[in-house]
Write a new protein. Sequence first.
Length: 336
Amino acid sequence: MAVVFVLRIAGVPTAGTLFILPTLLAAVWFGRSGGLLTALGSAIAYAGARAISPQGEKLSVITSGLVRLAIFGTAAYLVGWLSEQRSTLSTTVSEQQAELVELRGIQQALAPREAPRRPSLQLASCYVPAEQGAAGDFYLVTAAPRDATIVVVGDVAGKGLEAARRAAFVRTALATSAPYTDDPCRLLELANAALLELGPRPDDMLVTCAILAFTPVTQTLTYALAGHPAPLWLDNGKPLNHIKPAFPLGVEAYLDCEKMSTTFAPGAGLIAFTDGLTEARRRGGELFGTDRVERTLEKLRGESPARVVRELRNEAEKFAGGSLPDDLCIVALRAS
């Protein structure tokens, strides 16, 4: 601005128009407020230079200063607004990229590509993120006392990074507790207590779980539910013996958990899943539903867990037109 002021006094013909340059630079660097303040300063500097060196201009000093102020102010406001929008967009994109990196890391922990090997069990799993973004589906296969295997399938209502973080917290709580107990109700109670310690829960982030505990020595399977759909027998799609599901986790201190045991001899199989399977939806609104799951499982009677999981996923995706509206997590197991 000082340089332009000197040029204007020195009689450079076009120097007066150059007063807009510091205004535009300030608007780019500092936004609308900085641009408008600089516009005011530029108009005053122009009027001062004009008073010192009139150069035959017809308008009065005050009038020409006000005209320049209107021009500089308009330019400063528009350029400053564009600069602020660009800065906001850049910040938003950076935050989204950081969230995406974190989300991918969490998803890899929530649903590993392959289930670990466990004694006397064939295991297969899949996880398919929803079209609208990741949510809080997860599974866990881990060791428990007496060489037992704990299988958990869970779902956090809601979507995005917060749902994934909540799912990761519950999964970690269950994985930490499993080495000390193979009681599904006890595991649910411990995870529930850990969630309640976090403080008030978001209203749209209920956590549901199905827990299966398989003990190969006794060939028994014990299970419990916390607001989650019951697992189905792998060869006919029928649900396990009916039990009353406990409350979803993180709602009440008392879960009112009910567990049940059943024989799980070699050849027996089960499948646990999140509602992304049964609620896969066509554009017309029709759901995939449990009947289609049952028919698919009957058709695949005797097949390996890997084949069953693969076919169920394909059927659900085909039914939904190639993309699922909600996350899908499936774990299938067969005693061997």
